[in-house]
Design a protein around this ligand. Structure first.
Ligand code: AMP
Length: 549
């Protein structure tokens, strides 16, 4: 017997229509560089999204066709999120920090027919355009007098096209399972892989971010969206903020600690989200601000952190500087991205500060609509004892079931997607990411977590950045090597770092050697990139290795 409820499709266009109808005067603030700040409302954004819809249809873009962006977080990018997807076309947000070859690969593989780009990326566009023969038009996201001086096919000005485009448009109704947007994984090996989100998965993901034990986004929030909109749909904030009617602050390309601090202060933001590297820059700047002033300036109640593990030092400083719980979340491109969020349970009310920091080091609990589980190599489920580590698998309403035009064996018959992360789960279901599977260090048959070692090293005040890799050892198979960058004008010895780390990890985990470097390599999304480090240290021999003697 079927229920007698209406069956309406979950469509992204409904989100902006809701915001325009119910939060019409709520503001969207967009930093465009050189001190230029643009302000309008959700109702204006909705009207402009309809102009985008008319504009791209006039260009011949039809449902299912891919339209790419190379753009920072601005109101124009937000309009494309709604205007393109609302027509049934697919928005492919491309990370401009990737190598040109990867961008060319993504534009070609996705079959994008148009690229909308920020003027600051014009040189990159000119570089990739000759290698993407099927792109019919490149549209610069600017005013007519800001047009870049480049020669590419179908170069046009966004604002000129918008000026001639009507804001009268009726969003089409179609199957909620239709593709809405596509992001490519920034995998450190092999070609990027396309993850094709649907309207249904996007709306459900947005709904879950608004929940109290998730990002708790509400109409009373002002959100500084630091996470780039080209990275996993900006963690879904462009969607969840419309759903909640929240105020949104878009920082453009300026993410220095000082700029982030001033936007948080000047716009009186209540929520912000970003990766630990951005938080480190913010903390560095905040360090120079008087403590009283800091508390008056910053009224944020939720700082959300994900993309890589937040070291304990950052968590402690957020508490000390702003009196705020740095909330870790876990997810990946394949998972829309948010799957787990770290909020406390009633039993955590009486924790000491140290115990609370221990809790905050975890990546959180699964949101309703998703399931997470850890498995051994034979596919058996492992106990949730907070100790046992296994392969993290996930399934749910906003988890990919395949890559776009790319065969992959990451999925099993029960829909479990193998994330490539190693993790443990405790009895309350809190997830602890211990490593990427390929980074885990196997020493004498036991596993050592490189993330725990990095966090321990980073808790030393003289260590700016730390990477731990497993290298061959004649007795233990593998042992950890710590490669560390010292903070400016601070000194520390290898023995002092190891001594300090003893307080945080088992003695047998301590890195056999510590090497100091001037800097560490990063991926296009700002994560530590260990592949070149492994290559660089391939012939390194540990001082503890008898073969060395
Ligand atoms: P991406 O697809 O680029 O978003 O990368 C996803 C990967 O980032 C995950 O598979 C994890 O390895 C890592 N990651 C994301 N969030 C966290 C977190 N809170 N703690 C540790 N690692 C994380």
């Amino acid at each position: 017997m079927n229920g007698l409820m209406q069956q309406r499709q979950l469509l992204i266009s409904d989100l902006i229509e809701h915001a325009a109808s119910n939060h019409s005067d709520q503001e969207i603030v967009s930093h465009l560089g050189e001190g230029q700040v643009h302000r309008y409302t959700w109702s204006a954004a909705c009207r402009r999204s309809k102009q985008v819809a008319n504009l791209i249809q006039a260009l011949g873009v039809t449902a299912g066709q891919r339209v790419a962006t190379l753009a920072w977080n601005t109101h124009r990018h937000l309009e494309l999120y709604y205007g393109v997807c609302g027509t049934g076309a697919v928005l492919t947000t491309v990370n401009p920090r990737l190598f040109a070859e990867q961008i060319i690969y993504i534009l070609n593989h996705s079959g994008s027919t148009h690229v909308l780009f920020d003027v600051s990326l014009a040189r990159l566009v000119a570089q990739v355009a000759p290698h993407c023969p099927h792109i019919q038009g490149f549209i610069a996201l600017c005013e007519a007098d800001q047009m870049p001086d480049i020669v590419v096919p179908g170069l046009a000005c966004y604002e000129s096209l918008m000026a001639g485009s009507s804001d009268v448009y009726t969003w089409p109704q179609f199957d909620e399972n239709s593709a809405s947007s596509m992001c490519y994984t920034s995998g450190t090996t092999g070609k990027p892989k396309g993850v094709l989100y649907s309207h249904r998965s996007t709306v459900l993901h947005a709904m879950s971010s608004c929940m109290a034990d998730s990002f708790a986004i509400s109409a009373r929030d002002s959100i500084l969206l630091i996470v780039p909109m080209f990275h996993v749909n900006g963690w879904g904030i462009p969607h969840s903020s419309a759903m909640a009617g929240a105020r949104v602050i878009l920082p453009g390309a300026q993410l220095s600690g000082e700029h982030v601090y001033s936007m948080l202060r000047d716009e009186q933001c209540t929520v912000s989200c970003g990766v630990p590297t951005v938080w480190m820059s913010l903390l560095e700047y905040a360090e120079g601000v008087d403590a009283e002033q800091r508390r008056r300036d910053i009224v944020v109640t939720r700082f959300l952190s994900g993309g890589s593990a937040a070291p304990r030092r950052i968590i402690e400083k957020f508490e000390a500087y702003f009196g705020v719980w740095l909330c870790q979340a876990w997810g990946m491109t394949e998972t829309s991205p948010v799957v787990t969020v770290n909020t406390p349970l009633p039993r955590h009310h009486d924790l000491t500060l140290e115990e609370r920091f221990d809790l905050q080091m975890l990546a959180g609990r699964a949101l309703p609509g998703t399931e997470i589980e850890i498995f051994d190599d034979a596919g058996n489920r492992l106990p949730h004892d907070g100790q046992t580590t296994g392969q993290l698998k996930v399934r749910g309403h906003w988890i990919a079931r395949a890559y776009y035009q790319h065969e992959d064996d990451a999925w099993d018959a029960d829909d479990w997607f193998a994330t490539g992360d190693m993790a443990s789960l405790n009895a309350d279901g809190y997830l602890k990411i211990t490593d990427r599977a390929k980074d885990v260090i196997k020493s004498g048959g036991e596993w050592i977590s490189s993330l725990d070692l990095e966090s321990a090293a980073l808790s030393h005040p003289a260590i700016e950045e730390a990477a731990v890799i497993g290298l061959r050892h004649s007795h233990w198979q593998e042992r950890p090597l710590l490669i560390a960058v010292k903070r400016k004008e601070m000194d520390v010895t290898a023995d002092e770092v190891r001594e300090h780390m003893r307080h945080y990890v088992a003695r047998w985990w301590l890195p056999d050697d510590v090497v100091f470097a001037d800097s560490l390599p990063h991926t296009a999304t700002g994560k530590l990139y260990k592949v070149p480090l492994r290559k660089q240290f391939e012939s390194f021999r540990f001082s503890t290795d008898v073969e060395n003697a």
